[in-house]
Design a protein around this ligand. Structure first.
Ligand SMILES: [Cu+2]
Length: 133
């Protein structure tokens, strides 16, 4: 009788352990593995910079600057925040310097950080985008 109870107890423990093992197995997420693989394969180092745009006024200004910055080699992405008058830029620091990005913005007619706009480019902007000094 005692042997049968021991056997049943052992059997219950074994079943529980098997259950636990199966649970752990299902926790192993294949999507996670794929994400890690994607991160490993990108060897570029992307830097982020914020550039102050004190003279922007409307959505046309935003488009003009986003286009100008997007055309700079080494820029990965650009997003202009009209309300805060700032550009958020992700770029490859091995390919481009922030001053090159600032120069592209001044060349399109807008101040960028402490760099002053190209006045000729500014005068060619839409009337609503021009600003007095
Ligand atoms: Cu504008």
């Amino acid at each position: 009788m005692k042997n049968i109870v021991s056997f049943l107890l052992l059997f219950t423990i074994a079943a529980f352990a098997g259950d636990k093992k199966e649970h752990n197995h299902s926790d192993h997420n294949p999507e996670m593995k794929m994400l890690q693989h994607e991160q490993d394969s990108s060897k570029q180092t992307i830097s982020h910079v914020m550039i102050s745009l004190p003279t922007i006024q409307c959505d046309n200004c935003v488009n003009t600057i986003e286009n100008a910055v997007n055309n700079v080699q080494g820029v990965e992405s650009v997003k202009v925040d009209l309300e805060k008058k700032k550009a958020h830029i992700n770029y490859d620091a091995d390919k481009v310097k922030t001053e090159d990005i600032e120069n592209a913005i001044t060349a399109s007619g807008y101040d960028a950080n402490d760099r002053k706009r190209d006045e000729q480019a500014h005068d060619a902007l839409l009337a609503c985008c021009q600003s007095k000094r």
